[in-house]
Design a binder for this molecule. Structure first.
Ligand SMILES: [Zn+2]
Ligand SMILES: [Zn+2]
Length: 100
């Protein structure tokens, strides 16, 4: 996936296995650029690109709590959270398990 190299005291380079690389002043910021790129790639794998993608379980649970309070457009609030093949988390109104 990613390799991180330290080029100097304030210079890092993160390279992806696809050949792209990013430079930055801190390890964290440089890695974040690479992570955003990975998320973009994974997004292409998503069977439900119209759904909001949450990066972590914590984030999706927060989003879920919000939909219970406001039901947008009068639709049914989301009931379940699941990890998608795009490696993000989604909300679904279906309570069925296993099928993504
Ligand atoms: Zn890549
Ligand atoms: Zn997805």
């Amino acid at each position: 996936m990613f390799t991180t190299e330290k080029l100097g005291p304030h210079q890092y380079v993160v390279s992806c296995s696809c050949g792209r690389s990013w430079t930055g002043h801190t390890r964290g910021k440089t890695k974040a650029k690479a992570a955003a790129h990975a998320l973009g790639l994974n997004r292409a794998l998503c069977p439900h690109p119209e759904k909001k993608a949450y990066p972590t379980r914590q984030a999706v649970l927060k989003g879920k709590a919000r939909t219970w309070k406001i039901s947008p457009g009068g639709g049914s609030p989301a009931r379940e959270v699941y990890r998608c093949r795009c490696l993000s988390w989604h909300l679904t109104t279906k309570s069925r398990q296993g099928r993504l």
